[in-house]
Design a protein around this ligand. Structure first.
Ligand code: ZN
Length: 483
């Protein structure tokens, strides 16, 4: 009897978020994300995560990133038929992300199959899920807007609060009711004492992100808190400084009549860049040069941003909704969709800006743009996101003189610039400032998830220095009893 907590992913690592709370053996799941990283290893983990899907009562989704929603179709395939609760914008973004993954997996399976046939090898790799699975999963999603309380079981209430991470991202505030009377403990006198509150941050964003609102601080006091720690040992550059750097990069490229190639994640980062470029044009700090968003995924994601004004911060509402047709389209901004349009960008003369995916230069149209532009001195490759080890993006960032793109070697003549401040995750000072600002009058214990070991060790120590001494780093396979 009682409540147990455990994690099946994002425990001492940053991907595969899956957190479970169990009430008297009834499991509820927060996020069902895919593991990413080394291909073979993550594929194995994604196929074999251990949950009795048919026993799950409910699933709650904090936001639409692949490492939080990517295995929902697998859960459905395993027999989960219940509801998946998410904000309306998260429902749309997650549907897009899952479907995109199904298509990529189908293409990979076809390609790898052909390669195997050529070599006369056995081939057995199959996609984790297909488009039909995604459609079934999308049909299980029940939208719950921010700050709307909803019973997801007779004794469990859910409320979403702004997480300030990406469009639709939310903290999941869980209130388990009637817990002490159920456990036959003496009935407490104060109201709110016959309940347990668990707050899951999902990914926690930063203050003053463009477009979306800041992470909420006005939240019912939690008893237990699950906090992310991606940047538990890193501090970001100042946002104002980053915008100034962006301005300088654009001005320099204009002077050289060069092209600026920006590898970018399709969701949030691409829209954020467009937002800042728009701002700089509006302030007459940069000329109105052509900007191309060349990524079908980014184009689709931008469409989702357009239809969710309920997620906007006051600034976007005021500055853009009242003065422009929409906040994500202006003057010289173009969204290219067809392959022909994409190819035609090669022939154009600078100055111009191309924003394309994927963010780490491992696949997608960005590869063609790099191949076509990286060996021209006039051009700039602007790095704005995280580049994991062993990726082309990382090699370019690290200043390699020659890089292999789609099988051919190219000398790197273009200028490589880097701006570090466009992160969607709070750094450790921002995480601590957020903690400082919430009501901790009931807080018994903090559980740390979603971070690499080094980062968590540092953050654990830092929190202890700031008066947070009951912090547990969640380990895979361990269960934690609470009451
Ligand atoms: Zn995220």
């Amino acid at each position: 009897m009682g409540i147990t907590l455990y994690s099946l992913g994002a425990a001492q690592e940053v991907t595969g978020s899956k957190h479970i709370f169990e009430i008297d053996g009834r499991p509820f799941m927060i996020d069902c994300g895919a593991f990413q990283g080394k291909r073979r290893e993550s594929d194995e983990k994604n196929r074999n995560f251990d949950i009795a899907a048919d026993k799950l009562e409910s699933v709650i989704l904090t936001h639409g990133h692949y490492d939080h929603c990517g295995l929902l179709p697998v859960l459905t395939k395993k027999g989960y038929t219940g509801n998946i609760y998410a904000t309306p914008a998260t429902r749309d973004i997650a549907s897009l992300v899952m479907m995109d993954s199904a298509r990529i997996q189908a293409r990979d399976a076809e390609y790898l199959g052909k390669q195997a046939v050529k070599k006369g090898e056995q081939f057995s790799w199959k996609p984790l899920f297909d488009e039909d699975d995604c459609v079934r999963t999308a049909n299980q999603i029940v939208s719950v807007s921010y700050n709307r309380k909803m019973y997801i079981a007779p004794d469990v209430e859910l409320e979403f609060f702004d997480a300030g991470h990406i469009l639709g991202s939310a903290f999941a505030n869980i209130t388990i009711k009637g817990i002490h009377s159920k456990m036959s403990a003496p009935h407490p006198a104060r109201s709110g004492d016959d309940e347990i509150r668990i707050l899951y941050t999902g990914d926690l964003g930063r203050k003053n992100q463009p477009i979306i609102r800041d992470p909420a601080t006005d939240i019912p006091a939690p008893d237990y808190l699950f906090i992310e720690s991606t940047y538990g040992d890193r501090k970001h550059e100042d946002k104002e400084f980053a915008i100034h750097e962006l301005e300088q990069v654009v001005l320099e490229a204009c002077a050289k009549k060069g092209k600026i190639i920006i590898p970018s994640f399709a969701i949030e980062r691409a829209q954020e860049l467009v937002f800042y470029l728009h701002l700089l044009v509006d302030q007459n700090k940069i000329p109105n040069i052509p900007i191309y968003v060349d990524s079908p995924m980014a184009t689709n994601a931008t469409g989702i941003f357009r239809v969710h004004p309920e997620c906007y911060d006051d600034e976007v509402k005021e500055a853009f909704l009242q003065h422009h047709v929409n906040p994500f389209g202006f003057g010289e901004l173009r969204f290219t969709t067809s392959v022909d349009e994409s190819k035609s960008l090669n022939k154009m003369e600078g100055p111009l800006i191309i924003i394309s995916a994927d963010g780490m230069c491992e696949a997608g149209r960005i590869l063609h743009h790099l191949a076509n532009n990286i060996s021209d001195k006039r051009n700039t490759i602007l790095i704005v996101g995280y580049m994991a080890e062993n990726t082309l993006g990382r090699r370019i960032r690290d200043g390699e003189k020659n890089v292999k793109i789609m099988g051919d070697m190219y000398p790197v003549e273009a200028k490589v610039e880097q701006i570090n401040a466009f992160s969607a995750h709070a750094d450790y000072t921002e995480l601590t400032a957020w903690l400082d600002s919430i009501d901790k009058s009931r807080l018994k214990r903090i559980f740390m998830v979603h971070g690499e070991k080094d980062s968590q060790t540092f953050f654990h120590h830092y929190l202890a220095q700031h008066g947070y001494d009951n912090v547990t780093i969640v380990k895979y396979g361990e269960t934690y009893k609470i009451e």
